[in-house]
Write a protein that binds this ligand. Structure first.
Ligand code: LFR
Length: 486
């Protein structure tokens, strides 16, 4: 038989990609990017939305390229897996039409819905069942703004893509756990919340677990892609963070003793647990119990992330200042530590536009001073993120009664040496940085396991990632960070 390769569709808030993943003879995963495309929120019909039609066209384009590349190397595309950011959904009618382009969680509409939802279901009750961190954009609040949900179904973004590829309507469990309507202990929909909020019972399609197949390609789609219609679309950890955590290259003997930071647009900082922590202290610290691959619990906080910097870069670029990221970070690293910090989690940073001024205003209102020098603003963001990571890690250890001896940083931020070193310093723990493509690796490995190309539990999948990645270790230091640290 032709060697198997797996196609991973991975779409983040700022870009998407289609990759081919091969299990190598050396026992690692080799990733090949076959298509890349930009993403971002757009103003459509008076709201901040995702241009889903354009994204889906890019997905098809990427899968068509994947099919061509695989065929050219005598390989079979043995599966397609999809992951994206969480919480957002498209509404689909009975005949399968998408009513409108899906809203982005960055749209402000859901913040007005928080109070009415909490009048019906108070935060204590919500947390005791869902264990979900309060974020104003959780699906439950977004849905509370919708009118006329009868006769439509809500499909989370990866599920919506899978539906258009296969015709099957399902809700993947790791992503379902971010809706605020999912029971963290039972691993099922919290049906009593649907009733309490007047949401239709069947608003979301039935759950599907990572490793199960949604179905095979619709014939018309298969034809357009140049793939056999028997090609399965396999559920992975369709919440990108679930896929990323599955591919954290923790050592098997570090069972539970590691923390992770999935660092990209957001920073997801926490631990992997077997059971949710639903205590009042955990709710007050705003920790989430999201579902991971293989029924694990991703006990973490969603914190501000590199969105702060990418938004600054967008503003500076519009003003004609477009340094390379590495240049900007080097200039930030050359500045002394101990400068002003912000609370990177402040909801006032969720919306786009004019980020440098918003950051300076936050420093000012805390009584500090931050100049408009991009290097100083960049340094402020990095110092603030690292300090926030350290606080969150200490909270996680306390709340889950665990102790951590190493911090893994995966995703885009793992390539940011300044952030990694500051994180090691602030957490007083070694940081192991990489792989940058953890999300795509987690996506490929869950598919590969479902196809029998690899075997074992999460520890085994992680060993495969570790074997195939070059990782950078940062030791905690009291010394100021300089660019010559290598
Ligand atoms: C990261 C992420 C986070 C989620 C945020 C919004 O890409 O999926 O886990 O909190 O995006 O969906």
């Amino acid at each position: 038989a032709a060697p198997a390769v797996f196609a991973a569709v991975d779409i983040g808030a700022s870009s998407g990609r289609v990759m081919l993943g091969r299990i190598t003879l050396q026992g690692g995963v080799q990733l090949e990017t076959v298509h890349r495309f930009p993403n971002g929120v757009v103003e459509i019909d008076g709201g901040l939305r995702w241009n889903f039609d354009a994204l889906f066209a890019e997905v098809l384009e990427g899968l068509r390229t994947a099919a061509t590349v695989a065929a050219g190397q005598g390989e079979t595309v043995a599966g397609i897996g999809i992951d994206t950011w969480a919480v957002d959904y498209g509404l689909v009618d009975a005949s399968g039409n998408l009513a409108a382009q899906p809203f982005s969680y960055r749209d402000g509409r859901s913040s007005d819905a928080v109070e009415p939802v909490h009048r019906t279901l108070d935060p204590e009750r919500l947390y005791a069942t869902t264990g979900l961190q309060f974020l104003q954009f959780n699906t439950i609040y977004q849905l509370a703004t919708e009118e006329g949900l009868d006769g439509v179904q809500a499909l989370l973004i990866p599920d919506l893509i899978a539906f258009l590829l296969t015709g099957a309507r399902r809700t993947e469990a790791t992503n379902a756990s971010t809706t605020g309507l999912f029971d963290a202990v039972a691993g099922e929909w919290a049906t009593e919340f649907f009733t309490a909020l007047g949401l239709p019972d069947g608003l979301f399609p039935p759950l599907i677990q990572p490793g199960e197949a949604y179905g095979t390609l619709l014939p018309a789609i298969a034809g357009r892609l140049g793939l056999p219609s028997a090609t399965p679309v396999v559920a992975v950890g369709s919440h990108d963070t679930a896929s990323a955590v599955a591919a954290v290259p923790a050592a098997a003997d570090d069972d539970g003793g590691f923390a992770y930071i999935s660092s990209g647009t957001w920073s997801l900082v926490g631990l992997e647990l077997k059971h949710p922590v639903l205590t009042a202290a955990s709710r007050e610290a705003n920790f989430t119990n999201e579902r991971g691959v293989d029924g694990t619990i991703r006990y973490l906080r969603n914190m501000g992330g590199l969105w702060l910097l990418s938004e600054c870069q967008r503003t500076w670029a519009a003003e004609g200042f477009r340094p390379e990221l590495s240049t900007l970070l080097a200039a930030a690293a050359a500045l002394p530590g101990g400068g002003p910090q912000i609370n990177a989690d402040d909801p006032s940073f969720i919306a786009p536009d004019n980020m440098p001024e918003r950051i300076r205003a936050a420093v000012r209102s805390a009584g500090g001073v931050l100049t408009d020098d991009p290097a100083a603003i960049t340094r402020c963001i990095m110092d603030s993120l690292a300090a926030g990571y350290a606080r969150t890690l200490a909270d996680a250890e306390r709340l889950a009664d665990r102790s951590v001896d190493v911090v893994h940083v995966v995703g885009g931020g793992s390539q940011n040496a300044l952030l990694c070193q500051l994180t090691a310093n602030a957490t007083r723990r070694p940081v192991i940085a990489g792989p940058v493509e953890a999300t795509a690796l987690g996506n490929v490995l869950v598919q590969a396991r479902a196809a029998g190309a690899v075997a074992g539990g999460l520890a085994d999948l992680r060993a495969i990632v570790a074997a195939g990645s070059s990782l950078t270790r940062y030791e905690p230091a009291d010394l100021p960070v300089t660019t010559s640290r290598k």
